[in-house]
Design a protein around this ligand. Structure first.
Ligand code: NCD
Ligand code: ZN
Length: 350
């Protein structure tokens, strides 16, 4: 058995408010605990989106009633809230800019708006961007010109990790995350998974993109699941929204990289705890840890998961490494397949 700190997932979609048939603060934080995560940071592409005080209040009220692990929320950037988002800075983990299209309505591609959001957001608060290909370059430059740091979400391509490496080498303040699916899956897997189910943003890339991420893990500051639950009925419909649930399979996949000799267990702690704590200014959770059997094998079954999505792109796969017990602030929150922490016991971190 190995003992890890309470893991942090800085990028999850918990669909509360507005999409609670897919997930809510209760089911999403139960999935987090089952996966070994004791802190999650939730993205603002809910319905309504978290772009103003009223929507933030809705999200935080629901979270206070339902969350089983600790949590924070991001505010989304829009053309209209360049100044008003700043009034919410103390109550959110950071601000998220969506520079490419994805699930929800928050796309903002105008260069002057990106520049203005970089300038207006407090320098000591995290600024995040969904920024693929050209917009990755735009986001890094706009933040650099504003004299501030930026965090690039779910990097998926060789050209992006290469650009980030070069920017870091030049002393530019950029950090980035990679999701487990982009480390393990590529376009060659789409047919097996199914077109609708495989849909995700950023889309799965080529095998050489996937390999470039694996070859540049020292440039990757942290891991993030981008847990993006949708029901199978939605994934299998013509509209097939993008996104995979990821909280309950992530740690076993990270441990697979350890078993394969690609990273060490200390790297897992660094990318799932130390670096996310530093990048997102997260407080310490006293008396909190995760007990993991690194050699226990299990067969992934979406139907058995805590997430309301009840499916996974890893269905039927045998993974090695299982969360046995999670202790959050001295109390057993998860043990032997059962979530014991009650709704409302999670705390707001900001
Ligand atoms: C996310 C979602 O469903 O909210 N989907 C996804 O494919 N990753 C949105 C996002 O992170 O782009
Ligand atoms: Zn996301």
């Amino acid at each position: 058995m190995i003992k890890l700190p309470g893991l942090i997932d800085p990028h999850v979609h918990l669909r509360d408010p507005g999409g609670t048939h897919k997930e809510d603060w209760d089911s999403g934080t139960a999935a987090a605990l089952a996966g070994g995560f004791t802190t999650v940071c939730a993205m603002p592409n809910t319905t309504p989106p978290i772009i103003d005080a009223a929507a933030l209040e809705m999200s935080l009220t629901a979270a206070a009633q339902k969350a089983r692990c600790d949590y924070g929320v991001y505010v989304g950037a829009t053309l209209e809230n360049v100044d008003s988002a700043t009034t919410l800075a103390k109550r959110v983990v950071g601000k998220k800019m969506y520079l490419n299209g994805t699930f929800g309505t928050l796309k903002m591609e105008q260069l002057d708006a990106i520049v203005a959001h970089c300038a207006s957001w407090p320098a000591d608060k995290p600024l995040l961007a969904h920024a693929e290909q050209h917009t990755c370059g735009a986001a890094i430059l706009a933040a650099h010109l504003a004299g501030r740091s930026i965090h690039i979400c779910h990097v998926s391509r060789a050209e992006e990790i290469s650009l980030i490496r070069t920017a870091k080498d030049k002393g530019i303040k950029v950090t980035c995350e990679v999701g487990p699916h982009h480390l393990f899956l590529c376009l060659d897997d789409v047919q097996r998974i199914g077109t609708g189910r495989a849909e995700v943003r950023p889309m799965l890339a080529t095998a050489s993109d996937r390999d470039a991420l694996r070859a540049n893990l020292e440039v990757v500051d942290c891991f993030a699941t981008d847990h993006a639950p949708h029901l199978l009925s939605e994934k299998d419909s013509p509209a097939h929204p993008p996104g995979y649930p990821g909280l309950e399979t992530a740690l076993a996949l990270y441990l697979d990289l350890v078993h394969a000799g690609i990273i060490t267990i200390d790297d897992v702690i660094d990318k799932c705890y130390t670096q996310p704590r530093r990048i997102f200014n997260l407080p310490e959770q006293p008396n909190t840890w995760v007990e993991v059997d690194p050699d226990a094998t299990w067969v992934v079954r979406g139907a058995d998961m805590q997430t309301r999505a009840k499916w996974t792109p890893w269905e039927g796969t045998t993974l090695r490494g299982r969360v046995e017990r999670v202790v959050l602030r001295g109390k057993v929150a998860y043990e032997g397949g059962h979530v014991l922490a009650q709704p409302g016991t999670g705390r707001l971190i900001s």
